[in-house]
Design a protein around this ligand. Structure first.
Ligand SMILES: Cc1ncc(COP(=O)(O)O)c(C=O)c1O
Length: 408
């Protein structure tokens, strides 16, 4: 049956409900505008944004430096496709490679595309450099992972909602428990799978799983097992990277340098989708023209905004602020009553808080009524990830409301 717009109400939420696929269950807040850490709904009510676009808004909403960079580029050129070079592309790649201490960059748009890029490049590297027999490459991943929504990526998800009904699944992945070095070591040592492992794909902190920090030494252990077995360590820093944890890269908390970073979210400054695989010449150099690409990947507008993001990170003060405010936030979270809170985890301005007897969704609804936006990850866990530009007073204000939500 078809409907005309005149039959439908013009209330935005009803239109969403009627015309948008129901692949999300949003909180009942309809945002009209936003600035810094604050968003305002269509009724003029303000909320402090403690989700920050799942860390895509690390610099807050419409940061003036990023808006200026976008505006300047809008007046020049926005899209050429990779059929031609443009004057923002080389500088963007050079500046991002330098920030990451790497040699080459392959830009895409969404996080999932960066992950797909990592998978393709690791396989090709495995066949052409490591000499793994064709079509036999294995990538080790971890239970509880979240790397995106494509058919290949959901093939190795352990979340039934993400995976069920979307098969047939892409082969070539083995999953082991997160944080379990001996399980990883066993896979790498097995005579059947071990020699075919081309990469280990790891989130330095598992975001969607509930902001789960692995045991100390885990990332360093993954690094050394990868080096020993000739497998690439690919760090998915799409959510953990670019300042969120008080480090530019979350791997740095353990002094670990992977073979490749996958970046996204905050790289686009909350304005445009920008993602990238950043690695060495030995790894990204395996690609030849025609083997991978994207019409929008590395477009001039994306590069101009991302260059400003990189400049803001390079200066170091925001990352430092994330570390300091993170300490403040975690100290406060640790004072929440243990009768109500069963777990607090995270690093920097990033926390997963699990509740003993109330669902995460219920807490988020209470928080929204109190003027704070947050989102549950799974079940009884919520994630707190404010923009890194939040002030001490704003953070304290939000923490007061988290406390109130637990007692209301
Ligand atoms: C660690 C990680 N990787 C990949 C993705 C996928 O990014 P996108 O939603 O931009 O495809 C996400 C998104 O939440 C993520 O947290």
């Amino acid at each position: 049956m078809t409907h005309t717009m005149t039959e439908a109400t013009t209330d935005p939420s009803s239109l969403t409900d009627r015309y948008s696929a129901h692949n999300y269950a949003p909180l009942p807040v309809v945002v009209a505008e936003a600035s810094g850490v604050w968003v305002t709904d269509v009724n003029g009510r303000s909320y402090l944004d403690m989700l920050a676009g799942y860390s895509a808004l690390n610099f807050g909403h419409r940061h003036p430096r990023l808006v200026d960079a976008a505006r300047r580029q809008l007046e020049r050129v926005t899209l050429v496709s990779r059929a031609f070079d443009h004057d923002q592309f080389g500088p963007f790649c050079a500046e991002l490679a330098e920030l990451a201490g790497m040699e080459m960059v392959l830009p895409m748009n969404t996080g999932a595309e960066a992950v797909e890029t990592g998978i393709k490049v690791a396989r090709k590297w495995g066949y052409t450099v490591r000499g793994v027999p064709h079509d036999e490459a294995v990538i080790v991943v971890f239970d509880g992972n979240f790397h995106g929504r494509t058919t290949t990526i959901v093939s190795f998800s352990s979340d039934p909602d993400a995976r069920e009904d979307f098969g047939p699944y892409t082969p070539g992945f083995v999953s082991v428990p997160y944080g379990d070095l001996s399980a990883l070591s066993d896979v790498l040592a097995s005579s059947d799978v071990g020699p075919r492992v081309v990469a280990v794909l790891v989130e330095p902190i598992q975001g969607e799983a509930g902001v789960v920090v692995p045991p100390p030494g885990f990332l360093a252990g993954v690094r050394s097992l990868c080096s020993l077995n000739g497998a690439l360590m690919i760090a998915d820093e799409i959510q953990s990277g670019l300042g969120r944890t008080g480090f530019t890269f979350a791997c740095s908390a353990e002094g670990v340098v992977p073979d490749a970073y996958l970046l996204g979210k905050a790289l686009g400054g909350g304005i445009v989708p920008v993602s990238a695989m950043v690695s060495s010449r030995a790894v990204l150099g395996v690609l030849r023209p025609g083997q991978h690409g994207s019409t929008f990947g590395g477009n001039p507008l994306a590069c101009a905004v991302a260059r400003e993001v990189i400049a803001m990170l390079r200066d170091g003060s925001l990352v430092q602020r994330s570390a300091e405010l993170g300490t403040r936030m975690h100290a406060r979270l640790r004072t929440l009553p243990s009768s109500a809170v069963s777990r607090v985890d995270g690093r920097g301005l990033w926390a997963g808080v699990s509740f003993a007897s109330v669902g995460g969704r219920e807490v988020c609804e209470r928080l929204a009524r109190l003027g704070v936006l947050a989102k549950e990850t799974h079940g009884n866990t919520i994630r707190l990830a404010p923009p890194l530009i939040i002030t001490d007073a704003e953070l304290d204000w939000a923490m007061d409301r988290v406390e109130a939500a637990l007692t209301s």
